[in-house]
Design a protein around this ligand. Sequence first.
Ligand code: SF4
Length: 175
Amino acid sequence: MDFKDCRSMKVVLVSHCHLNQNARLWKCAECPASCRLLVEGLLQQEIGIIQMPCPELMVLGLDRGHIAIRSGLESIPAREALRLLGRELAFQIRQYQDCGVKVLGVLGKNGSPACGVERTSRSDGQGPIDGEGVFIQEFRAELRRAGCELPVIGTMDAEQDAALAVVDGWLRGKY
Ligand code: SF4
């Protein structure tokens, strides 16, 4: 295989709402559209951006502010749906890795009951607490199943410069 053209051969996975805040729970968007600093920083480094699906939107819908989100995500059918989302992403990652594209890592969203990596929320909506979101749990399991090794870290919308610093470390081979 020879992919030698103008592509950068490097990609990063970001949570859906890094690029589209319209997916957020009501009254929870932190900017009108995208995490601009992060997105522009990634593009400046010529890093392709893979937008992961919004797990809460895909499982619970957009108008989900009236339900217990973590409990909803932890039901057996919801977990199965999240597993499938994770499996599709793991397939993409495997394809890139097998073809020599560097998959730098995954940027989740700390505090989220779905996308939190180091910090998440409880079933009663309280948080943040230490632990992983339900989607990240299922996604990690699918990454292991597919034999994909890559770093997964949590970010905050208010700390986009910190997320860029992490990506910069990944570019230098720091994991
Ligand atoms: S579930 Fe994840 S992608 Fe969707 S709004 Fe929450 S943090 Fe963002």
